[in-house]
Write a protein that binds this ligand. Structure first.
Ligand SMILES: Nc1ncnc2c1ncn2[C@@H]1O[C@H](COP(=O)(O)OP(=O)(O)O)[C@@H](O)[C@H]1O
Ligand SMILES: [Mg+2]
Length: 362
């Protein structure tokens, strides 16, 4: 998948900017606070239909003092050397968020999931390893929502049931209805767990191989799915766990058991990476996860996603830089860096300078 061009209007600190991308490496450099990350956020918007920055209100991406923003981009699938699809999207807040693909309005935001493949690497992504279980659940759910047909809908159904159940738990009445909701939780929840477990097995294999290439060490890296309900596939077991927790859930007014409490253990040579990995190892793990995403997308869809790398080189030592540079060849890459002295590494890259929201082709 390629992004050919991008047009931004009142997005973050950009007034009106457009970019024509190279099919290979694109480098955006500039001082801090000039708009480099904002540019990657704009490209990534086409993948998820929302901001990649955590806890961001949608309105926050609109340029200060403006009413709405719009983004338009053309993408191309390169299969068999010919372009098979062009996508054009426009998102603004004047009335409501509206998206168009090839001139046709998109009805639901979720309809765009899986259409535009990007993989985004940001400096604070090590939270996937070191942070709370929700970080890892969100990571998996986000990947599966885009790459596994039906998963987003399944997850939405599950979340809906959890909300309904929580309402009943909070009101502390209609308790007899709890059993009905628990049945539904099993119906959706066990499917979610099964998809997650299968995915983690495959993902773990990819990451393990890539990590051993990056680190050139004997450390063994492994991802292990940790379902909240161990025997999630067994209805009697699932219902038993919910039943055992019923009183506690009523006291606390919230649902304590189910895939919304799942986790993934990231194990490095037998120990939890969360507690024992060094900063360098953590960065390598995240890098391996992102490259694994790209490889899985390539192996399932036939084409690499667009790689969006935010300030990644300042995070890596020279050996890992070498590895990344080698790995990136043959992919379309958009990289931000804070200075241009990396230039010698990219013989045929296209360079752009960003200064105060202005993008200047070099
Ligand atoms: N909604 C907005 N409107 C205008 N400027 C914004 C908005 N959101 C962020 N900014 C500005 O964008 C700049 C940060 O851009 P960013 O892309 O994160 O910088 P960097 O080049 O360091 O990656 C800051 O100056 C910030 O004030
Ligand atoms: Mg930045």
């Amino acid at each position: 998948m390629l992004i050919k061009n991008l047009r931004m209007e009142n997005f973050r600190n950009f007034d009106f900017e457009s970019v024509e991308f190279s099919e290979n490496v694109n480098i955006f450099y500039g001082k801090n606070g000039q708009g480099k990350t904002n540019l990657l956020e704009a490209v990534n918007y086409f993948t998820n239909g929302k901001s990649c920055r955590n806890n961001m209100k949608e309105k926050d991406v609109v340029k200060f003092g403006k009413e709405n923003f719009s983004l338009a981009a053309e993408f191309e699938l390169k299969k068999e050397g010919k372009s098979t699809r062009n996508v054009y999207e426009k998102i603004d807040f004047k009335s409501k968020k509206s998206i168009y693909i090839n001139g046709q309005p998109v009805e639901k935001l979720s309809d765009i999931l899986g259409l535009i493949d990007t993989v985004l690497f940001m400096p604070n992504d090590i939270a996937y390893v070191t942070g709370a279980p929700a970080n890892r659940r969100n990571y998996i759910d986000s990947f599966l929502s885009k790459n596994r047909p039906g998963y987003f809908k399944l997850l939405a159904s599950y979340i809906y049931v959890i909300k309904q159940k929580n309402n009943i738990l909070k009101e502390k009445k209609n308790k007899e209805q709890l059993d009905i909701y628990n049945e539904k939780l099993f119906e959706y929840g066990s499917k979610i767990c099964e998809i997650r477990e299968n995915f983690i097995k495959v993902f773990s294999e990819y990451v393990r191989k890539i990590y051993s290439d990056i680190s050139e060490s004997n450390e063994n890296l492994e991802f292990i799915y940790k379902p909240c309900i161990d025997k999630y596939f067994d209805k009697d077991e699932f219902m038993k766990v919910l039943e055992e927790n019923k009183e506690k859930e009523i006291i606390f007014g919230s649902s304590h058991k189910g895939p919304h409490r799942d986790d993934v253990s990231i194990i490095m040579s037998g120990k939890p990476a969360k507690f024992f990995a060094s900063q360098g190892q953590l960065r390598s793990i995240v890098l391996a996860m992102k490259i694994a995403e790209a490889e899985i997308i390539k192996d399932t869809k036939g084409e690499y996603p667009i790689m969006l790398l935010d300030d990644v080189f300042s995070e890596l030592d020279s050996q890992r830089r070498e590895f990344l540079l080698k790995n990136l060849s043959g992919k379309q890459v958009i990289i931000t860096i804070t200075n241009a002295d990396i230039s010698k590494n990219f013989a045929d890259a296209k360079y752009f300078e960003i200064e105060k929201g202005k993008i200047i082709k070099k």
